[in-house]
Design a protein around this ligand. Sequence first.
Ligand code: GLU
Length: 461
Amino acid sequence: MTTVRFAPSPTGYLHVGGARTALFNWLYARNTGGKFILRIEDTDVKRSTQAATQAILDGLMWLGIDWDEGPYFQSERLPIYQEYAQKLIDEDNAYYCTCSVDELDEQKKQAISIGRAAGYDRRCRDKGAKQGVLRLKAPIGNTVFHDLFRDRFEFDNSLIGDFVLVRSDGMPTYNFTCAVDDALMGMTHVIRGDDHIPNTPKQLLILAALVFNPPRFGHLPLILGTDKSPLSKRHGAVSVMAYQEQGFLPEAMVNYLALLGWSTTDSQQLFSKEEMIKKFSLKRITKNPAVFDMEKLQWMNGVYIKQANPEKLANLCREFTSQKGKIGDIQLEEIIKLYQGRIKVLPEIYQLGDFFFSPEIHIPEKICQEVLSMSGVEEVREILTETKKVLSALEIFNPDTIEQAIRTMAERLGIKAADIIHPLRAVLTGKKVSPGIFEVAALLGQEMVVQRIEGGLCMVR
Ligand code: GLU
């Protein structure tokens, strides 16, 4: 059975790269009916925090990436690593090194001065020390692996050196815990970022020394910004949860992340989760860097918003507004229906539709001049006065009755409906562009409409 994992170190939030790694492993597990394990690599006690673990779990849950086993915490598995460290010592595959930091620095300097690789010179190999840092006795030769997404890699073991497995304080290192756990947890594939390529030969050496079958390794391409430099804060948020806060939908985010290094033969862009699982294949993962394009993500989010259930969107909007201390509107769902075809992120509703959310509106000077104080000021005044009369007389106030009333009024006065609609839109919304004005007026309600026309009339001059 395929067994894969996501193994974050809890030293910060879940970032875009980590989320993409988790997603690809998850998609592969789901595609093959395998198992996806979550393992928290928290043996670096100084840098690991519970808050970061929680942030990572929150990020995964928001994206809908569920795990079949775990989370396992490496900090709770220390006796296991001790056991395997002892096995390596007993079988003469590891030894204690007592070199001080100064000594190691000195070795490094010397190596560089004679043009040798700056690794540890193995001087404690045969000392038989009983404590210190534990180092792997790297065999002479080369370590080779065939990457799932790239070519063959070959490393000279002498350059890898006798690296550290357990620190002098007894804490095992990342390479050691990772290799042991990947073996014990039965990983068939290790799919992770290509920054881990230098770790793979080390982990292979550990696995070989412990006579464990190695998993297949695949290193995902780097994620770049649109300027082709590695993705960083300069390109926008790197934390996945920041996208939630900015009004992105998890479905859009997952869809977008899936395309960072993977594609179908026909370059399909939009996938339901089920479709993504069905079509996902390791064969279609590229080795070329993937580009994180904010505009494309926004476009995709817009598509998902357009298709989403308005009630669901309203609930999400309420979360935003309560976060920001605004009061949710009971008509939010109806307002969303007016905007969901034209926004890219949810909070845009509060910018484009600001006139729905506060009783007072501000009509910018520019709009007053263009719409309300056109050549025929008197005419605009008359039109608005008449509109107010007509609309306040309506017994049923809905988009149809409003439209009917406006069209009848236009006919009666021998003017175009647009001559009424433009000033009406200006006084109701403070804008030149809005969703259909009859829908807008109906949602604002008769009382508010009358009040805003009166307010607008004061601006006609
Ligand atoms: N814990 C490592 C990290 O967060 C990843 C380990 C791995 O995937 O092998 O970078």
